[in-house]
Ligand binder design. Structure first.
Ligand code: AMP
Length: 218
């Protein structure tokens, strides 16, 4: 099964994707994580992507599509027992959705389910601006609702390098939400026409969202 988690910034796609993907034997393919890794490693693609990333703009389609397809091929090669992929942050626009469809079609697969995870705007803005991420292992915290056990220290790897993401500032977030409304949200209609979209409320306790998501993906 291949599924897409669609939803605005801060709705919890990353947190929930990490919980539900292993339970469904899916590999999580998060384009934002792939880009952050490329930027951190200072690969040529990472250097090209950084200028867009830092200001909250969309990274050009050819860079992102290439990165996602490469990741899918790696997974097919190294983890052939997985049941499929759970996409997070990809596709972000119509061109990406069509590329993904044609790539999956080429290997006899398709998108089977799209979950629309949503929450009120004020909640999203609060969550994103309170978010910090461990620069070492990528664990995500919320300073108010899910702080690390010891202030400033990552629970998972012990690093003290907890930072705000470069694109989690007010200005970049406003641009990211605008792009979401403009380019990503309309994808719901693209997938609704196939009858594969399910709605999940992201404004609920983490456990509740997880169980609703598992239902939506089953
Ligand atoms: P995310 O972690 O999904 O919030 O993505 C962080 C940033 O990475 C976005 O603001 C974009 O700059 C870039 N990005 C992630 N996924 C995509 C995508 N599918 N298309 C274009 N840019 C992307």
């Amino acid at each position: 099964m291949n599924a897409i988690l669609l939803g605005p910034q801060g709705v919890g796609k990353g947190t929930q994707g990490e919980i539900v993907a292993p339970r469904l034997r899916l590999t999580r393919v998060a384009s934002g994580d792939l880009l952050r890794a490329a930027i951190k490693a200072e690969t040529p693609l990472g250097k090209d992507a950084k200028v867009y990333y830092d200001r909250g703009a969309l990274v050009p389609d050819d860079l992102v599509i290439g990165l996602v397809i490469e990741r899918l091929k790696q997974v097919a090669h190294h983890e052939p027992d997985l049941a499929g992929a759970l996409f997070d942050g990809f596709p972000r626009n119509r061109a990406q959705a069509e590329s993904l469809d044609s790539e999956l079609d080429g290997i006899g697969q398709r998108i089977d389910r799209v979950v629309n995870l949503d929450a009120p705007r004020a909640i999203l803005i609060a969550r994103v601006t309170e978010r910090v991420i461990c620069a070492h292992c990528g664990t995500i915290y919320n300073l108010r609702t899910k702080p690390p056990k010891m202030a400033g220290v990552c629970d998972v790897c012990g690093s003290t390098d907890l930072r705000q993401r470069a694109d989690d500032t007010d200005a970049a977030l406003t641009e990211r939400l605008r792009l979401y409304d403009d380019q990503t949200q309309p994808l719901l209609e693209y997938y609704r026409a196939r009858g594969i979209v399910r709605e999940v409320n992201g404004d609920a306790p983490i456990d509740r969202v997880t169980s609703d998501l598992l239902t939506a993906l089953s």
